[in-house]
Write a protein that binds this ligand. Structure first.
Ligand code: FAD
Length: 458
């Protein structure tokens, strides 16, 4: 294993703090620079992505650094999607037919704080807050920072610099603006943005609606979702077009219009949200985009990781999980004893196909969550898949399960296998070739499984 002492990480978010912890455990001298204040001392959530869906790929990363048991108390299991129709009827659609498979709601701040505590407890890891990176000179491996408290500019040199500075990465920008090598970059926005709202707890601190689910109010061209928090509240997110449709972010400009919109489409949610209007006009509306780029590294000097390398839309609940998985995958290459450039190259070669796949899957899921979950054929498919997973737990996994609960295969394999299964199932259901009812027997399910396997082999 190579040991070059001086490693700089830009960004102490979820990926940067995990990377600092792992590299610290491996004995590197790690210095992390974060532009924001220390979130353990100052509330910096400001109405954006307060909680997240945390699942098996993320858990595997916590196991790598030995803190999975410390993360557990921060988690609220979500067994399925609670689907709310316009009349207020609800159905719980499980995420898996296997009882031990579920996702978790976790507070971004609590998880980040735990990672920072663990990393800072190592004598060879130092974290500086209020240091904004303004430029990276990747040829000389130096990073420039503006120190907010002293209002001074500093330049730091390192043997290696990691950019874990999120979707707006300064390291990535330096590659792009530097024009010193062929750097491919794409950024695609959805026409929809998002705004965070909330359902407060009851006066006794209890949940106002079912706790162990991810609630979805899918309305075809827009949707509302809610994830539970440990204090009994739910963080609610509205995904809506900026300028299309009768109601959109650009024309929801008055209290009356916002209330009309919610009364018409989300009546049962509105009844739980006494602070809706305040939240709506206080919290920001933010865009949703996918970023792909390559190469992630410059020679042996710098590497992008996490959202800085591959930001995705949030509809598979995998952005953080994928960023954590980056660290797990990167860590494997550190065992090879090669030079940094070879490690960076090998890492990107094996990893990019998977991060591109999850980016595409996340867009697919946007459409699935908004509309397909209300569609009869889609619901029949999900019922069949649940029965198959329950009765044949080792033989069948839906696309969702492959992506979310099978941390031992890459996203690309999960995508190709999952899409082939989806296609076979949807065609067979539409052709009335297969169906499911209360009376479907295990033998009949075995025949269906066999048909799917045949279709997907061809
Ligand atoms: P970030 O979390 O963005 O961290 C980057 C860090 O770098 C920040 O601390 C930032 O302050 C710092 N930084 C930025 N610029 C500089 C600079 N110039 N100098 C110094 N520091 C800098 N993922 C899931 O897995 N499950 C979910 O349910 C989920 N839901 C989401 C919902 C929404 C609405 C959004 C927007 C995202 C969601 N994600 C989810 C994705 C997840 O938030 C990201 O994938 C994850 O935060 C990526 O971690 P990161 O550390 O790479 O980037």
């Amino acid at each position: 294993m190579i040991k070059q002492n001086n490693v700089i990480i830009i960004g102490a978010g979820l990926c940067g703090s995990l990377l600092a912890l792992r590299l610290g455990q491996r004995g590197y001298k790690v210095t992390v620079y974060e532009k924001r204040p220390d979130l353990r001392k100052v509330d910096i959530s400001s109405g954006r992505s307060i909680n997240l869906a945390f699942s098996d790929r993320g858990i595997k990363a916590m196991q790598l650094v030995g803190i999975d048991k410390k993360v557990e108390p921060l988690c609220i299991p979500m067994k399925g999607r609670m689907l709310h129709d316009e009349k207020g009827n609800t159905i719980l659609a499980p995420y898996s037919g296997r009882d031990n498979e579920y996702i978790n709601s976790i507070s971004r701040g609590d998880l980040n704080a735990l990672l920072l505590n663990e990393a800072e407890a190592l004598p060879n890891v130092t974290i500086y807050f209020n240091h904004k990176c303004t430029n990276v000179d990747f040829e000389n491996t130096t990073a420039h920072f503006y120190q907010y408290e002293t209002k001074t500019n500093i330049v730091e040199k390192a043997d290696v610099i990691f950019g874990a500075d999120g979707a707006g990465s300064i390291l990535r920008k330096s590659y792009y603006l530097g024009k010193k090598f062929l750097f491919s970059f794409s950024q695609n926005y959805l026409t929809h943005g998002y705004k965070e709202l909330s359902i407060p707890p009851t006066e006794n601190g209890e949940f106002k609606t079912y706790k162990n689910a991810l609630h979805i109010w899918g309305r075809n061209s827009f949707m509302l979702i809610a994830l539970p928090n440990l204090d009994g509240s739910f963080t609610v997110t509205l995904f809506l077009s900026y300028n299309e449709g009768e109601y959109n972010f650009n024309n929801l400009t008055t209290k009356e219009r916002v209330l009309d919109f919610f009364k018409k489409y989300f009546k049962d949610a509105l009844d739980l949200m006494p602070n809706l209007v305040d939240n709506f006009f206080t919290n920001p509306t933010s865009p949703l985009g996918t970023i792909k780029c390559s190469p992630w590294h410059f020679k042996s000097n710098t590497l992008l990781l996490g959202d800085a390398a591959h930001a995705i839309v949030p509809f598979y609940g995998q952005g953080m999980n994928a960023s954590f998985e980056d660290v797990v995958e990167f860590d494997k290459f550190l065992d090879d004893g090669k030079d940094w450039e070879s490690i960076f190259k090998a890492f990107e070669k094996s990893r990019k196909i998977d991060t591109d796949a999850i980016a595409d899957l996340a867009i697919d899921n946007f459409h699935e969550m908004k509309g397909h979950v209300n569609n009869a054929i889609f619901r029949e498919k999900r019922k069949l898949e649940m029965a198959l997973e329950k009765n044949f737990p080792t033989e069948y996994s839906s696309k969702y399960s492959l992506v979310t609960f099978n941390e031992n295969i890459g996203y690309y394999k999960a995508m190709t296998q999952g899409r082939a299964q989806d296609k076979a199932l949807l065609n067979m259901i539409a052709d009335h070739d297969i169906s499911i009812s209360k009376n479907t027997t295990k033998e009949e399910l075995a025949v269906i499984l066999n048909k799917i396997q045949k279709e997907t082999e061809e």
